[in-house]
Design a protein. Structure first.
Length: 277
């Protein structure tokens, strides 16, 4: 039987002196899609409804970047370095071309992969993310991550979903789906948390030329966002779409940072149309 999100074994490959942990499953033979995770997330934080849905038509590769969870080394303090490490990982797998998906800070890394990797990246999907020089004054991330939750995993309801009845119901279903796997990654270390936090600070630093780099990302790009993202304000996705040379934007209703987890089937259909075009 072919492997799925729940059954794919954790494998390892070495590059840049790092032992990268990854899981690979789905329909092989075409251009695989590389998933880049959000803040303090591991391979187990992805939604099987999204990954298995996309894996019906293409190969899906999940991985932990340097220093994250089951990968060795230290997590860098910039997304440029994280992007370079991700490219080394992709090349170590012997891949000549990939599609790249990133959610939240994984979207920052995905942009760096596209910038640095050039023709290595065919298409780009950016979810719940933003650009360099973000004005984050409207973000509610500090209060959300500082609060207490019982049970603790309900943090991710506050991060990814709106406090409406429909969104919260979708969030509880998401938590149930992603917690099924038995062979789970360890949680991230204090070093990773601190390094990712420092990298975020550098990324959002005010700069009047902050958007210039986007003109160099020429790959076709699909931007997906919720109508009210509490972590990275939804307006940043519009700025991305207006400044990337070849980008389209989809905003899902009554949804937040994890819009693709609230609408996994709809996202799969939109992503497939984009990737297959």
């Amino acid at each position: 039987m072919p492997h799925t999100h729940q059954t794919a074994p954790t494998q390892f490959v070495e590059a840049n002196g790092i032992r990268f942990a990854y899981r690979r499953f789905g329909k092989a033979g075409g251009v695989p899609i590389i998933f880049n995770q959000h803040y303090i997330g591991t391979m187990d934080y992805w939604d099987p409804a999204v990954t298995d849905g996309l894996a019906k038509d293409r190969e899906v590769i999940l991985f932990n970047n340097a220093g994250v969870s089951s990968s060795s080394g230290e997590t860098p303090t910039s997304f440029q370095e994280m992007g370079a490490n991700a490219i080394a990982f992709i090349r170590a797998l012997g891949l000549e071309q990939v599609d790249v998906l990133g959610i939240s800070i994984g979207g920052f890394v995905a942009q760096e992969i596209a910038l640095q990797g050039g023709r290595l990246v065919r298409k780009l999907i950016l979810v719940g993310t933003g650009h360099r020089g973000n004005d984050m004054t409207a973000s509610r991330s500090a209060e959300i991550f500082a609060a207490s939750y019982d049970p603790p995993e309900h943090l991710w309801l506050a991060v990814h979903f709106k406090p409406t009845e429909t969104s919260r119901k979708a969030g509880l279903a998401f938590l149930e789906r992603k917690l099924r796997r038995q062979d789970r990654d360890p949680e991230v270390s204090a070093q990773t948390i601190a390094a990712q936090g420092e990298a975020i600070g550098k990324w959002i630093m005010s700069d009047e030329n902050a958007l210039d780099y986007l003109k160099s990302i020429e790959q076709p790009t699909l931007i997906v966002q919720g109508s009210d993202d509490a972590i990275i304000p939804t307006a940043h996705s519009l700025t991305l779409q207006q400044n990337l040379p070849n980008a389209q934007l989809i905003i899902y209703p009554d949804s937040g940072h994890g819009s693709i987890y609230q609408y996994p089937e709809l996202f799969r259909a939109h992503a497939a149309l984009f990737l297959d075009a």
